[in-house]
Design a protein around this ligand. Structure first.
Ligand SMILES: Nc1nc2c(ncn2[C@@H]2O[C@H](COP(=O)(O)OP(=O)(O)OP(=O)(O)O)[C@@H](O)[C@H]2O)c(=O)[nH]1
Ligand SMILES: [Mg+2]
Length: 239
């Protein structure tokens, strides 16, 4: 339950706090966006449910990009450094942002991380900066982090109707990855077409790309999308 954005509090408290909280965050995110642009860093906000495969995708991205990869990352986690450690082992310089009870990252978290001596030297050498958000399909969607694009992961085991149940997240997405596609043969009740239909009902025209961190399916298209994103500004990520 979040004690930052108000999602765990009575509605009257949320209403009072939400507007100033978001406008302060937006101002900090705008400064971050300029900071990223000045350094030629393409920043992605990677979001999805707990366990959707965010860290596995980034590990697989490092493998797929190989020597081309000049990557850096932060990983939002309530209580551990596990994901940042995994990414570090995969060759991506990474820092953990431990949020305690917070259910999302905000621009201040990212600002502090990018100015940390532990990450700053790697960022100076990086082209892509991945922000793995806290696993959550609700709050992370509304907190701008200065990113060039939002990537939302939803795994095949989550069923077909998540876009309709969590529309805010999917409406903020520039690309949706249908992860763990290797498991589709075991899930006769789930098809790519059904997921695409659910997505089209809330975000018409939004691209859905099936991927598997395990088999490598879809990673070439994902890397091509990432490469196409370089040099584009916010809002131009939907390609
Ligand atoms: N079969 C299969 N399993 C996957 C794939 N990607 C991830 N997994 C598994 O799904 C589980 C969760 O993956 P993570 O990458 O830790 O998921 P996450 O979204 O980073 O999780 P949180 O950071 O805790 O929200 C792990 O057991 C992974 O091995 C995939 O493409 N195929
Ligand atoms: Mg993770």
């Amino acid at each position: 339950m979040c004690d930052v954005c108000g999602c765990g509090n009575p509605k009257r408290v949320t209403l009072k706090l939400e507007t100033p909280l978001l406008s302060r965050n937006d101002a900090e995110a705008a400064r971050l966006r300029t900071w990223f642009a000045e350094r030629g860093l393409t920043t992605l906000n990677v979001m999805g449910s707990p366990g959707a495969g965010k860290t596995a995708l980034l590990e697989a991205t490092a493998r797929a990009m190989g020597a081309r990869a000049r990557l850096a990352a932060v990983s939002g986690d309530l209580a551990t450094q596990n994901d940042a450690d995994r990414l570090q082992r995969a060759g991506i310089p990474s820092l953990s942002i431990t949020t305690g009870t917070g259910c999302h990252l905000d621009a201040r978290h990212v600002y502090d991380a990018v100015h940390s001596p532990a990450l700053a030297p790697a960022l100076a050498q990086a082209d892509w900066f991945f922000v793995e958000n806290v696993g959550n399909l609700v709050c992370p969607a509304v907190f701008d982090l200065g990113q060039a694009a939002n990537v939302v992961l939803r795994s095949v085991t989550e069923g077909v109707d998540k876009p309709e149940k969590y529309p805010v997240m999917f409406r903020h997405a520039d690309l949706v990855l249908l992860t763990k596609a290797d498991l589709l043969p075991h899930l006769p009740e789930v098809s790519v077409q059904q997921v695409q239909d659910s997505l089209s009902r809330v975000a018409p025209g939004l691209r859905l790309l099936p991927v598997s961190a395990r088999t490598g399916e879809g990673l070439e298209a994902w890397v091509a999308w990432l490469e196409g994103l370089r040099g584009r500004g916010r809002g131009e990520g939907r390609v």
